[in-house]
Design a binder for this molecule. Structure first.
Ligand code: FE2
Length: 361
């Protein structure tokens, strides 16, 4: 019962063979037709085949009636957007209202008049084409906006980093490490509910801003080739406060704008990425008091600091960094890190090595 593929596909759900025959007669030249004589068969067809462009649905049928079938179609994300036209011999106003309320787009009365049926179908297909086109345009614009936003965030982070290492690669590496750890934790039962795909995206998107507060630290301290004095160290610590405060000010100007959701993570990360699990970090936060975003960035940031050359030190190899983070070296200690995240880091360490090579300074 199927014609050429390029024709719009119509699924007829109708229990009376004569009515199916009439519909095929009047539609087969213009449309590709499939018919099912009850809801169960129609449902099976929709699971197994390419979805139709439109459904003609008889209201009165044994078993599931047209209304019940329509409800089922509209409740399923895969079939929700297929236009449904009801067909019925007895149309009262309340029937029409009910059909339209549950998601039907039109009502055709029986006996069926071929020219009218074709015209109604053409109208609905044309409307759907416009709607689909509009959705595509909106999706494309949204994608462009998100890309622009990501680029602006990355740019801001790199600008702050230019004061320090001048390459911008630290931002790219730490962003990749955070993504790697978060995706790994997302697969575990303990963290699955904490990382929806959306929070994961926001976390990764906002991580380049973790050191944005460094723009407030003098070059003489930021680029000092020797050990910092106590006062200088106190000054460096301020970058977590500057970062948090500037992001808070941006957030305040955006009010409740949903687009500012990522700023919540950015603020958390900026303020807490130097906290230690054992409480020995910049602001003395401890354990789960430290937001998960900050705990993730702490592991990413320390690994990156160890494996990068700095004004005051040479780069450690990957194996040396792995040993220092898991065994300690008097300065860095495994107790500094959330044990779950440190365990993920150990399991993923080869991937960390790959990323550090891919984005070399
Ligand atoms: Fe930092």
């Amino acid at each position: 019962m199927t014609n050429r593929q390029e024709k719009p596909k119509i699924l007829i759900i109708e229990d009376t063979p004569e009515h199916i025959h009439i519909l095929i007669e009047c539609l087969h030249e213009e449309f590709s037709i499939t018919a099912a004589t009850d809801g169960g068969r129609a449902w099976q067809f929709l699971q197994d085949h390419i979805k139709p462009d439109l459904i003609l649905l008889d209201v009165i049928m044994p078993g599931l009636d047209g209304y019940e079938i329509c409800k089922k179609l509209k409740a399923d994300a895969r079939t929700r957007d297929i236009p449904v036209i009801f067909m019925s011999a007895l149309i009262e106003e309340q029937d029409e209202r009910r059909g339209l309320e549950i998601g039907g787009v039109d009502y055709i009365s029986k006996p069926l008049r071929p020219a009218l049926v074709r015209a109604r179908i053409r109208n609905q297909l044309e409307l759907k084409r416009h709607r689909d086109h509009l959705e595509e345009v909106v999706k494309e614009r949204t994608r462009e906006l998100l890309l622009t936003q990501d680029a602006a965030i990355l740019g801001l982070g790199i600008l702050a980093e230019f004061r320090d290492t001048e390459t911008g690669m630290h931002i790219r590496r730490t962003q990749s490490y955070v993504g790697l750890l978060a995706r790994h934790l997302q697969k575990t039962p303990k963290y699955a509910s904490l990382f929806t795909d959306e929070t994961l995206h926001l976390l990764i998107q906002s991580s380049p801003l973790h050191d944005i507060g460094k723009v407030g630290i003098p070059d003489s301290i930021l680029r000092k080739p020797s050990a910092l004095t106590r006062e200088e160290f106190q000054c460096i610590k301020q970058h977590t406060l500057y970062g948090r405060d500037v992001l808070q000010r941006i957030e305040a100007t955006m009010q409740d704008n949903a687009a500012s959701a990522f700023l919540r993570f950015a603020k958390e990360i900026a303020y807490t990425h130097h906290e230690c699990w054992d409480g020995s970090g910049y602001h003395g936060m401890k354990g789960e008091e430290i937001p998960l975003s900050g705990r993730l960035m702490a592991v990413a940031d320390v690994y990156d600091a160890l494996t990068s050359k700095r004004a005051y030190k040479e780069a450690f190899t990957h194996d040396e960094a792995l040993r220092i983070m898991t065994k300690g070296d008097g300065r860095t200690h495994p107790d500094h890190f959330d044990p779950d995240i440190l365990q993920s880091f150990i399991e993923l360490n080869e991937s960390f090595r790959d990323i550090s090579k891919r984005y070399q300074d």
